[in-house]
Design a protein around this ligand. Structure first.
Ligand SMILES: NC(=O)c1ccc[n+]([C@@H]2O[C@H](COP(=O)([O-])OP(=O)(O)OC[C@H]3O[C@@H](n4cnc5c(N)ncnc54)[C@H](O)[C@@H]3O)[C@@H](O)[C@H]2O)c1
Ligand SMILES: O[C@H]1[C@H](O)[C@@H](O)[C@H](O)[C@@H](O)[C@H]1O
Length: 359
C-alpha cells in the first residue's frame, strides 16, 4: 500500500537520533494527552499503524493513563510530559493535550530534539506560535508536523490536485460548510474560530497556496439548540493576498450530524467535495444516505494516513506535512478572526516575514 498502512515489521531506515531507536526498528511514541483525540491516536498507533508502537502515555489524569498503559505491552504511564520524553524507549512525541498546553510540550521536545506530531492548533495564539516557530528555527531543522489532517483526506487531496493542475482554471472563491452535531461543555465563541474554523483556515491556505490577509465574521440570529452565550451559526469571510474571497459557515450545534464540504469556484468551472459519502439509497418514497455522527468517523482515514506518513517520514529521519509556519499563520488568522467576531469589523492579518527554513 502506497502509505505503508499494512501491518509489517517495516524496514529500518534513518530513525530519530535517540539511541536504541534504530536497533529496535519500531518508533517508540509518547502520546501526550489521552482524552477524546489522544485515546483515539493511542488505539490507532497500537492497532493500525505499522512501524510504531505506544511506548508511553501521558496525562494529568493519573488513573486514566494507568488504565490505558495496562492494556498495551511495554507502555509506561506518566503524568509529566518531560519525564516521558526522558524515557529511553521514547523516540517521538504525539501531542494531543488541549491547545494551551502545546507550547510547553513542544519546547520540551525541542530540548531533546525529538520529532513531534502536534494536534491542531499548534498553539492558541500568534505570539506563542511565533515563540515555537523561533525555537524550532534555533534547532536549525524542522521537527514538527502539525495535525491539520484534512490535508490527508482523499476528497481534499483530489480537490487540491484539480486546483494545482489548473483543471478548472484560476480559483476565484471557496465556499466551505463546517457543521458539528453539538459541542462539548464549555465551548465558546472564540473556540468556534480557534478549534473549528482553524481547519478551514488551513485548507484555504493549502488549496489556494496563498496567505489569508483579512477576516470578517457575521453572526446571524443563533439557533435555540446552542448553549447560552454561543453565537451559533456564524459566517466567516477571508480575503487572500491574491484577491480571492472564501466564506465558511460554521454551525457547531446543527443537531443532525457532522458535515464538512468545500466548493471551489474557478474561472472554468466549479468542483465540490464532501456531499456524497457512503451508500446512496432509495426506500419507502425517500432517497438519501447517512451523515456521519462526528469527525472521528468522517476523517478516520485521514487521521490514519496522517499518522502513518508521520511515522514513515520520522523513521527516514525526515519531517513532512504542515509545518510550524502553517501553525503560526493559522494562529495569526484565528487571532484576527476572534477580534473580527467580537467587533464586527474587518480585521487584517499581520504575519512576520516567512523564514527561509519554511519556504
Ligand atoms: N484534528 C481534529 O480533528 C481534532 C479533533 C479533536 C481534537 N483535536 C485536538 O486535539 C487536542 C485534544 O483535544 P481533545 O478533544 O482530545 O481534548 P480532551 O479534553 O478530550 O482531552 C485532553 C486530555 O489532555 C489531558 N491534559 C490536559 N492538560 C494536560 C497536560 N498539560 N499534559 C498532559 N495532558 C493534559 C486532559 O486530562 C485530557 O485527558 C486539541 O488540541 C484539539 O484541538 C483535533
Ligand atoms: O476540535 C474539533 C475538531 O477539530 C473537529 O475536526 C472540528 O470539526 C470541531 O469543530 C472541533 O471542535
Amino acid at each position: 500500500m502506497e502509505d505503508g498502512m499494512e501491518h509489517s515489521s517495516g524496514t529500518e531506515d534513518g530513525m530519530s537520533e535517540r539511541s536504541g531507536a534504530g536497533s529496535r526498528g519500531t518508533l517508540g511514541v509518547a502520546v501526550i494527552g489521552t482524552g477524546r483525540m489522544g485515546a483515539d491516536h493511542v488505539r490507532r498507533i497500537d492497532e493500525v499503524i505499522s512501524g510504531a508502537r505506544v511506548a508511553a502515555v501521558v496525562d494529568i489524569d493519573a488513573a486514566r493513563v494507568k488504565r490505558l498503559a495496562d492494556g498495551i505491552e511495554g507502555c509506561t504511564p506518566y503524568t509529566d510530559p518531560a519525564a516521558a520524553m526522558d524515557d529511553p524507549a521514547v523516540d517521538a512525541v504525539l501531542i494531543a493535550s488541549p491547545g494551551p498546553a502545546h507550547e510547553a510540550a513542544l519546547l520540551e521536545a525541542f530540548a531533546r530534539d525529538l520529532p513531534v506530531l502536534c494536534e491542531k492548533p499548534l498553539t492558541p495564539d500568534a505570539a506563542s506560535a511565533l515563540r515555537v516557530l523561533e525555537a524550532e528555527q534555533a534547532l536549525g531543522h524542522r521537527r514538527v508536523q502539525v495535525g491539520f489532517m484534512r490535508r490527508y483526506d482523499a476528497d481534499y487531496r483530489s480537490l487540491k490536485s484539480l486546483l494545482s493542475q489548473g483543471t478548472y482554471g484560476r480559483p476565484l472563491m471557496l465556499h466551505n460548510r463546517h457543521r458539528n452535531a453539538d459541542t462539548p461543555p464549555g465551548f465558546t465563541n472564540a473556540m468556534m474560530i480557534n478549534d473549528s474554523v482553524v481547519h478551514e483556515i488551513d485548507v484555504t491556505r493549502w488549496l489556494l497556496d496563498d496567505e489569508i490577509t483579512a477576516v470578517r465574521v457575521l453572526r446571524p440570529a443563533p439557533t435555540g439548540n446552542a448553549p447560552e452565550g454561543l453565537s451559533d451559526p456564524q459566517l466567516v469571510l477571508f480575503e487572500t493576498a491574491g484577491g480571492q474571497v472564501v466564506d465558511t459557515e460554521i454551525f457547531v450545534n446543527c443537531g443532525f450530524g457532522y458535515q464538512v464540504s468545500c466548493e471551489a469556484v474557478c474561472e472554468g468551472g466549479t468542483a465540490r467535495i464532501g456531499d456524497d459519502r457512503g451508500v446512496f439509497s432509495n426506500t419507502a418514497g425517500r432517497w438519501g444516505g447517512a451523515i456521519p455522527p462526528g469527525f472521528v468517523e468522517r476523517f478516520e482515514d485521514a487521521y490514519d494516513r496522517q499518522v502513518q506518513l508521520w511515522v514513515n517520514a520520522t523513521r527516514r529521519g525526515e519531517v513532512e506535512g504542515p509545518s510550524c509556519w502553517d501553525g503560526y499563520a493559522a494562529a495569526a488568522v484565528c487571532e484576527a478572526g476572534v477580534r473580527a467576531q467580537a467587533t464586527g469589523e474587518r480585521v487584517t492579518v499581520e504575519l512576520v516575514e516567512r523564514p527561509a527554513m519554511y519556504r
